[in-house]
Design a protein around this ligand. Structure first.
Ligand code: HEM
Length: 433
């Protein structure tokens, strides 16, 4: 974290406390709307040194562990530095999340290290198989995306954030888990409250408890009689005779709301923004859908949805030649690493045709994102559906100043588009409202 980020965070959090709408509050608390381009400052800092020690004592501290930062933090900005920290789970622990997110989520794999992490991750991975992914695509993701697009296809205009990319991933997660449709709206509201915990501590804790009211009856039913959903896989997953407890499962499901819905909404919005603001590239990808996978990777590199993640040094160590003491908090800056000029020429340019080199938006190493194939598939389905159903799709020429913003999470607040109006085809067969 940089000094400028600290100042922005203080302002954003102060503003956020006065907001009423939970989603608006969440966006404000993440700094969305306040920081348009963190990259120039990051590039300047990285040019001076790949790793910086930042004093955080100016940040407000309270009883809320989510808002109680450490006194100092080491920020790693280069691709090499970020890669080396994330690859080494021994020197760089994830346990710090237990004191922050763990308070509302419970014990999740995100905050585990070593053997324990390997064991739990292996159990949970059983839910994310290639077969499950193919089934989710056809039974959940395509119908969900189609049903949202169907609501605006005849209008010839839409805000793609409010009407598609924000609502659909959370619906998909709810259906994947196996929650009844009647509970999807409540799940969505609680998921937003849970991840707004940094600004409303009480609401976050309440959402954490209320989510269990949604999960518990479904888990009990699936323990008795498994179905073809994620809850059933988690209820019956077994490794060396060990099973997940109810609390293990609730914690994992609480993690899925932000991990699965929040990030996917941002990544698909950011890619759409990249394409819509570069119409020649939009035309090229629309004309040749084989370009979609590389467009998705470039979108993730260029506008990484989650800019930085946290680690703690377990021993006195060094990163890129900078000494880091045992116990130090480390901000691992995925966003800065993804624009490191040592790896990508002209890194600030969105270019779906650039030579492909793996980016680090999904992290790397033991905690590499478990849902990355799902996220890619969801974004592909969004593009395919929009290309098919919204011919001539382009940014609304009358829209004012559409842009991506955010300091920790990044996304556009709106994506107003126009296209040739189509007849609604109805959502027969869609299992989602
Ligand atoms: C574009 C969308 C996504 C991005 C950019 C993203 C990014 C990340 C990152 C950076 C991490 C590592 C966090 C850390 O170690 O501190 C992570 C972990 C994780 N992600 Fe994702 N994610 C995305 C979508 C998803 C989806 C759709 C799911 C599941 C439905 C998911 C589930 C997880 C889980 C369970 C972990 C924890 C893995 C572990 O600790 O071993 N993510 N993700």
């Amino acid at each position: 974290m940089l000094e400028s980020e600290v100042r922005h965070l203080r302002r954003a959090w102060a503003e956020a406390r006065s907001e009423e709408d939970p989603f608006e509050r969440f966006n404000r608390a993440q700094g969305v709307g306040s920081v348009r381009d963190p990259y120039a400052a990051l590039a300047e800092m990285r040019a001076v040194a790949p790793v910086h020690r930042v004093d955080l004592r100016a940040l407000p501290r309270g009883a809320n562990p989510m808002t109680a930062p450490p006194d100092e933090i080491y920020t790693v900005l280069s691709y090499e530095g970020v890669f080396s920290v994330l690859r080494d789970g021994r020197r760089f622990s994830s346990a710090g999340y237990a004191r922050t997110m763990g308070v509302v989520m419970g014990r999740t794999i995100l905050a585990m290290d070593g053997e324990e992490h390997v064991r739990y991750r292996a159990l949970i991975s059983k839910a994310f198989t290639r077969r499950a992914l193919a089934r989710w695509e056809h039974e959940l993701v395509r119908p969900a995306v189609a049903s949202y697009v169907d609501r605006f296809a005849a209008r010839g205009a839409a805000d793609l954030v409010r009407e598609l990319t924000f609502p659909f991933p959370v619906r998909v997660i709810a259906a994947m888990i196996g929650l009844p449709e009647a509970d999807h709206d409540r799940f969505h509201r609680l998921a937003v409250e849970l991840i707004s915990v940094g600004i409303d501590w009480e609401a976050g804790l309440r959402a954490s408890r209320e989510l269990v009211e949604l999960f518990a009856p479904v888990l009990a039913a699936r323990r008795r009689e498994p179905r073809d959903d994620l809850m059933s896989v988690l209820a019956h997953a077994e490794l060396d005779g060990a099973r997940l407890s109810d609390e293990d499962i609730f914690a994992f499901l609480r993690l899925l709301a932000p991990a699965g819905a929040e990030t996917t909404y941002r990544s698909s919005s950011n890619l759409l923004f990249g394409l819509l603001s570069h119409p020649d590239q939009l035309d090229a990808v629309r004309a040749d859908p084989r370009l979609i996978p590389q467009a998705i990777e470039e979108g993730l590199r260029w506008e990484c949805p989650l800019l930085s993640i946290l680690r703690t040094a377990t021993v006195d160590t060094e990163v890129e030649g900078v000494a880091i003491p045992a116990g130090a908090a480390i901000s691992v800056h995925l966003g800065a690493a993804n624009r490191d000029p040592a790896r990508w020429p002209d890194p600030d340019r969105f270019d779906v045709f650039r030579a492909q080199r793996p980016h680090i938006a999904f992290a790397v190493g033991p905690h590499v994102c478990l849902g990355m194939h799902l996220a890619r598939m969801e974004t592909r389905v969004v593009l395919e559906t929009l290309f098919e159903r919204c011919p001539g799709l382009r940014l609304d020429p009358t829209a004012d100043d559409v842009h991506v913003s955010g300091l920790v999470f990044r996304a556009p607040l709106a994506l107003p588009v126009v296209f040739e109006p189509q007849k609604a085809i109805g959502d027969a067969g869609c299992r989602l409202p």
